[in-house]
Every structure is written in C-alpha cells, then in structure tokens.
Design a binder for this molecule. Structure first.
Ligand SMILES: [Zn+2]
Length: 79
C-alpha cells in the first residue's frame, strides 16, 4: 500500500514510519519524539495513523504558541 503527499505536486510517496519530528511555529521550534504516521520526505507533511502522535504534535505547537506569546509580551515590556 502506498500513499502520496497531498502537499507536493509531483506525487511524492509518503513513508510509514516512526521518527522524531521538528515542528516550527511562530519562530519557535521543538522536537517531538517518535511521531508515527505517513511522513513526506520532501515537505515534512505528516498523515497521522494514531491520535497519540497527532495529539503530541498539536500540544507542542500550542506550547510554542504560548512561548511566542510570552516572548512577545516580554518584548513589549521593554518597548
Ligand atoms: Zn510533501
């Protein structure tokens, strides 16, 4: 069974694997360990196969959002 990336135009094949993923949001980045799903080797898009992996990535993105908010607030305080 193979799946193709919806983000890439040229029919890039997704790979079913478990790996550490670096996620970026709002200028922050962090690594979410052992994310299981169909990974695109080109654009890094992930099609999740279990809720736990999706959940952990979302939590990481949310946490970065909070961090960015705190960072912006700190910058404003200095302005
Ligand atoms: Zn892709």
């Amino acid at each position: 069974m193979s799946k193709f990336c919806l983000q890439c135009d040229d029919g890039t094949k997704l790979k079913l694997q478990t790996k550490d993923v670096t996620v970026e949001a709002r200028g922050e980045s962090c690594v979410v360990p052992k994310v299981t799903g169909w990974h695109c080797p080109v654009c890094g898009d992930i099609e999740y196969t279990d809720n736990d992996s999706a959940d952990r990535v979302w939590k990481a993105i949310e946490a970065m959002g909070e961090k960015a908010k705190a960072r912006d607030a700190a910058l404003l305080a200095y302005a």
